[in-house]
Design a protein around this ligand. Structure first.
Ligand SMILES: NC(=O)c1ccc[n+]([C@@H]2O[C@H](COP(=O)([O-])OP(=O)(O)OC[C@H]3O[C@@H](n4cnc5c(N)ncnc54)[C@H](OP(=O)(O)O)[C@@H]3O)[C@@H](O)[C@H]2O)c1
Length: 192
């Protein structure tokens, strides 16, 4: 039953993450919302509460592993479980390689790869204790193919995809073939 489920969505302050969080909320789910912009998170939270769901806002940066741990643990403390983690927060800076700064490359990897790693690591013990749950990584078609001026972004989405597949296999090996813990990557296609 969707309404009994608990989710945590990163990058819930705008775009795809906001849409996912609102959809979960409209189905009566309890949703944790993570992103940096507090005011936007509060708006999403109040829309969810208005549509019959429950929400908790976690303003913070997914590049901070302590923040990921705190958000996951607070969701579990508040609602007793966590069924779905959506690693959605992501950024892309598109330019020729020689125009990409150190900071830009580092930031893209920290948000798009390290962030999902921190949240996945934090949620793992809870899913194993429950013996169920889903991790959904929001990838990109760039994680399957590639495009000019997208080197760093494309590399982050390939890394996210490989991490996802290897961790999914690791979970099956660790938990057995009948495990009800699943991990998928959704390769979103650009709107344009
Ligand atoms: N839209 C597309 O066409 C498309 C295509 C392929 C893949 N995708 C993927 O889909 C995901 C969402 O994209 P979108 O288009 O919805 O982007 P968006 O509207 O720009 O939203 C990005 C979200 O990530 C959050 N975020 C960024 N950096 C963060 C950080 N350091 N810490 C915490 N949160 C952070 C932002 O929140 P704050 O700024 O409030 O922190 C925002 O909520 C991304 O992973 C993207 O790569 C999108």
């Amino acid at each position: 039953m969707a309404e009994n489920r608990v989710a945590l969505v990163t990058g819930a302050s705008s775009g795809i993450g906001r849409g996912i969080a609102l959809r979960f909320g409209s189905r009566g789910m309890r949703v944790g919302l993570a992103a940096r912009r507090d005011r936007r998170l509060k708006e999403v939270a109040s829309q969810i509460e208005g549509s019959g769901g429950k929400a908790l806002a976690f303003p913070g940066d997914v590049r901070d592993s302590a923040f990921a741990q705190r958000a996951v643990d607070t969701v579990v403390d508040a609602w007793g479980r966590i069924d779905i983690l959506v690693n959605n927060a992501g950024i892309g800076h598109y330019a020729l390689v020689e125009k990409l700064s150190d900071e830009s490359v580092r930031e893209q990897f920290e948000v798009n790869v390290f962030g999902p790693f921190y949240f996945t690591r934090a949620v793992g013990p809870h899913l194993k204790k429950q013996k169920s749950g889903q991790i959904v990584n929001i990838g990109s078609m760039a994680g399957l193919v590639g495009f000019a001026r997208g080197t760093a972004y494309v590399a982050t989405k390939w890394a996210l995809t490989v991490n996802d597949v290897v961790h999914a296999v690791e979970t099956i090996v660790d938990q057995g073939p009948n495990s009800d813990i699943r991990e998928i990557v959704v390769q979103v296609r650009d709107r344009s």
